[in-house]
Design a protein around this ligand. Sequence first.
Ligand code: MG
Length: 312
Amino acid sequence: MTELNPSRFSGCLLGLAIGDALGMPLEGMRASTIRRRLGRVREFMDAPWRMLKAGQWTDDTKMMLCHARSILERKGVDVEDTAHKFVEWFESGDWRGIGNSTYQSIQRLRAGVRPGESGARGEMAAGNGAAMRIAPVGLVDCLDLERLHREVREVSVITHANPEAVAGAQAVAFAVALATRGDLDPPSLIAETVRFIGPCAVSERLLLAERFLAEGMEPEEALARLGTSGYVVETVASAFFCFLRTPGDFEETVSRAVEGGLDADTTGAVAGAISGAFNGLEGIPERWRQGVEAAREIIELAEGIYGLVSRN
Ligand SMILES: [Mg+2]
Protein backbone atom coordinates (compact mmCIF):
# COMPACT_ATOMS: atom_id res chain seq x y z
CA MET A 1 0.00 0.00 0.00
CA THR A 2 1.35 3.38 -0.97
CA GLU A 3 1.45 5.95 1.78
CA LEU A 4 3.47 9.17 1.61
CA ASN A 5 5.14 10.54 4.69
CA PRO A 6 7.45 13.62 4.75
CA SER A 7 9.75 11.93 7.25
CA ARG A 8 10.86 9.41 4.61
CA PHE A 9 11.72 12.20 2.15
CA SER A 10 13.80 14.02 4.78
CA GLY A 11 15.32 10.77 6.03
CA CYS A 12 16.46 9.97 2.50
CA LEU A 13 18.29 13.21 1.70
CA LEU A 14 19.65 13.72 5.22
CA GLY A 15 20.64 10.04 5.31
CA LEU A 16 22.62 10.52 2.10
CA ALA A 17 24.45 13.55 3.53
CA ILE A 18 25.18 11.68 6.78
CA GLY A 19 26.59 8.61 4.99
CA ASP A 20 28.74 10.92 2.87
CA ALA A 21 29.99 12.86 5.93
CA LEU A 22 30.70 9.72 7.97
CA GLY A 23 32.73 8.27 5.09
CA MET A 24 34.44 11.56 4.16
CA PRO A 25 37.58 11.12 6.34
CA LEU A 26 37.89 7.45 5.26
CA GLU A 27 37.89 8.01 1.49
CA GLY A 28 40.81 6.15 -0.07
CA MET A 29 41.65 4.10 3.05
CA ARG A 30 41.67 0.31 3.01
CA ALA A 31 39.09 -1.50 5.14
CA SER A 32 41.89 -3.31 7.00
CA THR A 33 43.55 0.02 7.90
CA ILE A 34 40.23 1.43 9.13
CA ARG A 35 39.68 -1.67 11.30
CA ARG A 36 43.17 -1.52 12.77
CA ARG A 37 43.34 2.21 13.41
CA LEU A 38 39.74 3.13 14.18
CA GLY A 39 37.72 0.00 14.90
CA ARG A 40 34.00 0.65 14.43
CA VAL A 41 33.23 4.04 12.85
CA ARG A 42 30.26 5.65 14.54
CA GLU A 43 31.22 9.33 14.86
CA PHE A 44 31.94 12.11 12.38
CA MET A 45 35.63 12.97 12.19
CA ASP A 46 37.72 15.94 11.02
CA ALA A 47 39.79 15.53 7.87
CA PRO A 48 42.32 18.36 8.07
CA TRP A 49 44.12 17.10 4.93
CA ARG A 50 40.90 17.81 2.99
CA MET A 51 40.25 21.00 4.97
CA LEU A 52 36.90 19.53 6.05
CA LYS A 53 35.57 19.31 9.59
CA ALA A 54 33.57 16.58 11.30
CA GLY A 55 30.06 16.41 9.80
CA GLN A 56 31.00 18.07 6.51
CA TRP A 57 30.16 16.16 3.34
CA THR A 58 31.68 15.92 -0.15
CA ASP A 59 30.76 16.17 -3.86
CA ASP A 60 28.10 13.45 -3.50
CA THR A 61 25.89 15.71 -1.40
CA LYS A 62 26.86 18.84 -3.36
CA MET A 63 25.53 17.19 -6.53
CA MET A 64 22.47 15.71 -4.81
CA LEU A 65 21.63 19.28 -3.76
CA CYS A 66 21.89 20.42 -7.40
CA HIS A 67 19.22 17.85 -8.31
CA ALA A 68 17.02 18.72 -5.33
CA ARG A 69 17.13 22.48 -5.99
CA SER A 70 16.47 22.02 -9.69
CA ILE A 71 13.51 19.70 -9.02
CA LEU A 72 11.97 22.25 -6.66
CA GLU A 73 12.53 25.25 -8.93
CA ARG A 74 11.35 23.45 -12.10
CA LYS A 75 8.67 21.38 -10.30
CA GLY A 76 10.14 18.18 -11.67
CA VAL A 77 13.22 16.81 -13.43
CA ASP A 78 14.63 19.25 -15.99
CA VAL A 79 17.80 18.09 -17.73
CA GLU A 80 18.98 21.52 -18.95
CA ASP A 81 18.48 23.12 -15.56
CA THR A 82 20.20 20.22 -13.77
CA ALA A 83 23.22 20.62 -16.05
CA HIS A 84 23.18 24.35 -15.36
CA LYS A 85 23.23 23.67 -11.60
CA PHE A 86 26.22 21.34 -12.06
CA VAL A 87 28.08 24.11 -13.92
CA GLU A 88 27.23 26.65 -11.19
CA TRP A 89 28.56 24.27 -8.53
CA PHE A 90 31.72 23.66 -10.56
CA GLU A 91 32.29 27.40 -10.96
CA SER A 92 31.88 27.95 -7.22
CA GLY A 93 35.17 26.06 -6.87
CA ASP A 94 33.85 24.13 -3.83
CA TRP A 95 34.44 20.73 -5.47
CA ARG A 96 35.13 18.54 -2.43
CA GLY A 97 36.51 15.59 -4.36
CA ILE A 98 34.84 15.87 -7.76
CA GLY A 99 35.07 12.68 -9.84
CA ASN A 100 36.92 12.43 -13.13
CA SER A 101 33.94 11.79 -15.46
CA THR A 102 32.02 14.60 -13.79
CA TYR A 103 34.95 17.01 -14.14
CA GLN A 104 35.38 16.25 -17.83
CA SER A 105 31.65 16.44 -18.56
CA ILE A 106 31.17 19.76 -16.83
CA GLN A 107 34.11 21.17 -18.76
CA ARG A 108 32.29 20.12 -21.94
CA LEU A 109 29.06 21.76 -20.73
CA ARG A 110 30.99 24.97 -20.07
CA ALA A 111 32.35 24.82 -23.61
CA GLY A 112 28.77 24.75 -24.96
CA VAL A 113 28.19 21.00 -25.46
CA ARG A 114 24.52 19.99 -24.90
CA PRO A 115 23.68 17.98 -21.73
CA GLY A 116 22.65 14.99 -23.90
CA GLU A 117 26.17 14.89 -25.38
CA SER A 118 28.33 16.04 -22.48
CA GLY A 119 28.67 12.76 -20.56
CA ALA A 120 31.85 10.71 -20.34
CA ARG A 121 31.76 7.52 -22.43
CA GLY A 122 33.53 4.18 -22.43
CA GLU A 123 34.53 1.75 -19.72
CA MET A 124 36.10 4.41 -17.50
CA ALA A 125 32.70 6.15 -17.26
CA ALA A 126 31.19 3.24 -15.28
CA GLY A 127 31.73 5.21 -12.06
CA ASN A 128 29.28 5.79 -9.23
CA GLY A 129 28.94 9.55 -9.89
CA ALA A 130 25.31 9.32 -11.04
CA ALA A 131 24.21 6.71 -8.47
CA MET A 132 25.58 8.76 -5.57
CA ARG A 133 23.53 11.87 -6.33
CA ILE A 134 20.30 10.47 -7.79
CA ALA A 135 18.12 10.14 -4.65
CA PRO A 136 16.04 13.33 -5.26
CA VAL A 137 14.90 11.88 -8.61
CA GLY A 138 13.85 8.70 -6.79
CA LEU A 139 11.80 10.90 -4.44
CA VAL A 140 10.05 13.07 -7.01
CA ASP A 141 9.28 10.11 -9.30
CA CYS A 142 8.37 7.66 -6.54
CA LEU A 143 4.79 7.25 -7.79
CA ASP A 144 5.71 6.79 -11.47
CA LEU A 145 8.43 4.18 -11.95
CA GLU A 146 8.33 4.36 -15.74
CA ARG A 147 9.09 8.07 -15.59
CA LEU A 148 11.75 7.38 -12.94
CA HIS A 149 13.48 4.88 -15.26
CA ARG A 150 13.60 7.42 -18.11
CA GLU A 151 14.42 10.55 -16.11
CA VAL A 152 17.21 8.88 -14.15
CA ARG A 153 18.83 7.94 -17.45
CA GLU A 154 18.41 11.47 -18.87
CA VAL A 155 20.10 13.17 -15.92
CA SER A 156 22.72 10.47 -15.39
CA VAL A 157 24.12 10.79 -18.91
CA ILE A 158 24.86 14.49 -18.33
CA THR A 159 28.05 13.17 -16.73
CA HIS A 160 28.05 9.35 -17.18
CA ALA A 161 27.01 8.11 -20.64
CA ASN A 162 27.72 4.51 -19.69
CA PRO A 163 25.03 1.79 -19.40
CA GLU A 164 26.31 0.44 -16.06
CA ALA A 165 26.50 3.94 -14.52
CA VAL A 166 22.91 4.52 -15.66
CA ALA A 167 21.71 1.09 -14.41
CA GLY A 168 23.36 1.72 -11.04
CA ALA A 169 21.60 5.06 -10.70
CA GLN A 170 18.29 3.44 -11.71
CA ALA A 171 18.79 0.75 -9.06
CA VAL A 172 19.38 3.32 -6.33
CA ALA A 173 16.49 5.56 -7.40
CA PHE A 174 14.20 2.51 -7.56
CA ALA A 175 15.07 1.41 -4.01
CA VAL A 176 14.63 5.00 -2.78
CA ALA A 177 11.23 5.23 -4.51
CA LEU A 178 9.94 1.97 -3.01
CA ALA A 179 11.20 2.88 0.46
CA THR A 180 9.68 6.35 0.22
CA ARG A 181 6.27 4.94 -0.71
CA GLY A 182 6.43 2.44 2.12
CA ASP A 183 6.48 -0.37 -0.47
CA LEU A 184 10.01 -1.71 0.06
CA ASP A 185 10.02 -5.37 1.12
CA PRO A 186 13.64 -6.14 2.08
CA PRO A 187 13.63 -9.88 1.18
CA SER A 188 12.47 -9.18 -2.39
CA LEU A 189 14.30 -5.87 -3.04
CA ILE A 190 17.17 -7.32 -5.06
CA ALA A 191 14.92 -9.51 -7.26
CA GLU A 192 12.65 -6.51 -7.95
CA THR A 193 15.60 -4.20 -8.64
CA VAL A 194 17.15 -6.67 -11.07
CA ARG A 195 13.81 -6.93 -12.88
CA PHE A 196 13.61 -3.13 -13.02
CA ILE A 197 17.10 -2.43 -14.41
CA GLY A 198 17.45 -5.57 -16.54
CA PRO A 199 20.47 -7.80 -17.22
CA CYS A 200 23.80 -6.02 -16.67
CA ALA A 201 26.88 -6.14 -14.45
CA VAL A 202 25.09 -4.17 -11.70
CA SER A 203 22.35 -6.82 -11.61
CA GLU A 204 24.87 -9.67 -11.49
CA ARG A 205 26.72 -8.13 -8.56
CA LEU A 206 23.42 -7.42 -6.76
CA LEU A 207 22.53 -11.11 -7.08
CA LEU A 208 25.92 -11.96 -5.58
CA ALA A 209 25.10 -9.64 -2.65
CA GLU A 210 21.79 -11.47 -2.25
CA ARG A 211 23.66 -14.79 -2.05
CA PHE A 212 26.07 -13.41 0.57
CA LEU A 213 23.09 -12.18 2.62
CA ALA A 214 21.42 -15.59 2.43
CA GLU A 215 24.67 -17.19 3.61
CA GLY A 216 24.86 -14.77 6.55
CA MET A 217 28.30 -13.57 5.45
CA GLU A 218 29.94 -10.98 7.74
CA PRO A 219 30.06 -7.46 6.27
CA GLU A 220 33.88 -7.29 6.29
CA GLU A 221 34.14 -10.27 3.99
CA ALA A 222 31.10 -9.41 1.87
CA LEU A 223 32.30 -5.85 1.15
CA ALA A 224 35.81 -7.10 0.37
CA ARG A 225 34.31 -9.44 -2.22
CA LEU A 226 31.61 -7.12 -3.62
CA GLY A 227 34.07 -4.21 -3.76
CA THR A 228 34.00 -0.61 -2.51
CA SER A 229 35.83 1.24 -5.27
CA GLY A 230 34.34 4.01 -7.40
CA TYR A 231 33.11 1.39 -9.89
CA VAL A 232 29.31 1.67 -9.76
CA VAL A 233 28.81 -2.11 -9.85
CA GLU A 234 30.70 -2.40 -6.54
CA THR A 235 29.17 0.65 -4.85
CA VAL A 236 25.57 -0.37 -5.50
CA ALA A 237 26.04 -4.01 -4.46
CA SER A 238 27.89 -3.11 -1.25
CA ALA A 239 25.37 -0.41 -0.30
CA PHE A 240 22.42 -2.76 -0.90
CA PHE A 241 24.19 -5.48 1.12
CA CYS A 242 24.67 -3.15 4.11
CA PHE A 243 21.07 -1.95 3.96
CA LEU A 244 19.52 -5.40 3.55
CA ARG A 245 21.65 -6.94 6.31
CA THR A 246 20.10 -4.55 8.86
CA PRO A 247 17.10 -2.85 7.17
CA GLY A 248 15.70 -1.37 10.38
CA ASP A 249 19.02 -0.06 11.73
CA PHE A 250 20.24 3.10 9.99
CA GLU A 251 23.30 3.45 12.21
CA GLU A 252 24.57 -0.07 11.63
CA THR A 253 23.89 0.11 7.87
CA VAL A 254 25.77 3.35 7.29
CA SER A 255 28.58 2.53 9.68
CA ARG A 256 29.22 -0.81 7.94
CA ALA A 257 29.07 0.86 4.52
CA VAL A 258 31.80 3.40 5.30
CA GLU A 259 34.00 0.85 7.07
CA GLY A 260 34.45 -0.81 3.67
CA GLY A 261 36.85 2.04 2.90
CA LEU A 262 38.04 3.17 -0.58
CA ASP A 263 35.07 5.15 -1.93
CA ALA A 264 33.69 5.13 1.61
CA ASP A 265 31.80 8.42 1.34
CA THR A 266 29.86 7.25 -1.71
CA THR A 267 29.06 3.73 -0.42
CA GLY A 268 27.89 5.52 2.76
CA ALA A 269 25.84 8.07 0.80
CA VAL A 270 24.01 5.41 -1.23
CA ALA A 271 23.35 3.17 1.79
CA GLY A 272 22.28 6.24 3.80
CA ALA A 273 19.80 7.43 1.16
CA ILE A 274 18.05 4.04 0.97
CA SER A 275 18.09 3.36 4.72
CA GLY A 276 17.05 6.95 5.51
CA ALA A 277 14.04 6.67 3.17
CA PHE A 278 13.13 3.29 4.68
CA ASN A 279 13.48 4.31 8.34
CA GLY A 280 12.45 7.96 8.11
CA LEU A 281 14.05 10.89 9.93
CA GLU A 282 13.25 9.42 13.38
CA GLY A 283 15.27 6.32 12.49
CA ILE A 284 18.47 8.40 12.21
CA PRO A 285 20.48 8.91 15.42
CA GLU A 286 19.96 12.35 16.92
CA ARG A 287 23.70 13.13 17.16
CA TRP A 288 24.12 12.60 13.40
CA ARG A 289 21.03 14.67 12.56
CA GLN A 290 22.47 17.49 14.70
CA GLY A 291 26.08 17.17 13.59
CA VAL A 292 25.79 16.98 9.81
CA GLU A 293 26.43 20.09 7.73
CA ALA A 294 23.38 22.07 6.50
CA ALA A 295 20.81 19.70 8.02
CA ARG A 296 18.06 22.33 8.11
CA GLU A 297 18.47 23.23 4.44
CA ILE A 298 18.53 19.57 3.37
CA ILE A 299 15.34 18.82 5.32
CA GLU A 300 13.61 21.86 3.81
CA LEU A 301 14.47 20.73 0.29
CA ALA A 302 13.20 17.21 1.03
CA GLU A 303 9.96 18.60 2.45
CA GLY A 304 9.59 20.72 -0.67
CA ILE A 305 9.86 17.62 -2.86
CA TYR A 306 7.32 15.87 -0.61
CA GLY A 307 4.99 18.83 -1.22
CA LEU A 308 5.42 18.47 -4.99
CA VAL A 309 4.69 14.73 -4.96
CA SER A 310 1.80 14.80 -2.49
CA ARG A 311 0.00 17.64 -4.36
CA ASN A 312 -0.06 15.66 -7.62
MG1 MG B 1 32.62 12.11 -2.54
